[in-house]
Design a binder for this molecule. Structure first.
Ligand code: ZN
Length: 200
């Protein structure tokens, strides 16, 4: 995996520029994280952001980003540690809840994961993108994507558990979201293969 040039220096520049006045959710910081995400450079996010937590261990947005990076690296215990810390700061964060569900699924806590995703779907895309957590607010289109992705995960998790009618139900719901314009990054053919492997 191509790794972006290490950008700790740039992070420090962003912080030093404001001498404490620049919020950590500064747009430049967000853009950098998105840049790392787009190339799946999870170590870049971890290396870049973990040290910022030394100054402010309760920065919710940074905790969520680091938890996400560890999740993508399948370091589930570390991911859980950071998402737990993030949720202690802001429990009603839909982005953190979504990620918590994914981490719980990886730890085999399927029922808990299903419950969280179902609640997020019930609450809808607006709540997902522009709910109570101000620092994690995103565009509405991001909310529609995360809701579609939650349906994908519900299908996959139900398939894991052998609940095939539920797996098919949520796959159909996921596909409908795509037809309606949701821009999911999930692998639909993988989901099809998993459902087929588990008995259709
Ligand atoms: Zn949040």
């Amino acid at each position: 995996m191509a790794r972006l040039k290490y950008n700790k220096k740039r992070l420090l520049q962003i912080l030093m520029a404001g001498r404490g006045e620049v919020k950590l959710e500064d747009n430049a910081l967000r853009e950098m994280v998105r840049c790392y995400e787009s190339c799946a450079c999870w170590d870049g996010i971890i290396d870049g952001l973990e040290f910022l937590l030394e100054d402010d261990p309760h920065d919710h947005w940074i905790l969520v980003q680091v938890a996400h990076a560890y999740y993508e690296k399948e370091c589930n215990e570390k991911a859980l540690k950071y998402i737990t810390a993030a949720m202690r700061v802001q429990y009603e964060c839909a982005a953190a809840q979504w990620l918590l569900a994914a981490i719980l699924r990886m730890r085999g806590q399927h029922a808990d994961a299903l419950e969280i995703w179902e609640t997020l779907i019930t609450n809808g895309a607006s709540q997902m993108a522009q709910g109570k957590c101000i620092c994690c607010r995103e565009y509405y289109s991001w909310g529609t994507r995360k809701i579609a992705d939650a349906k994908y995960m519900l299908s996959l998790t139900n398939s894991d558990l052998g609940y095939m009618s539920q797996a098919r139900y949520w796959r159909d719901a996921y596909r409908l979201d795509l037809e309606e314009g949701a821009e999911s990054m999930m692998d639909g053919s993988f989901l099809d293969r998993e459902i087929e492997r588990n008995g259709g």
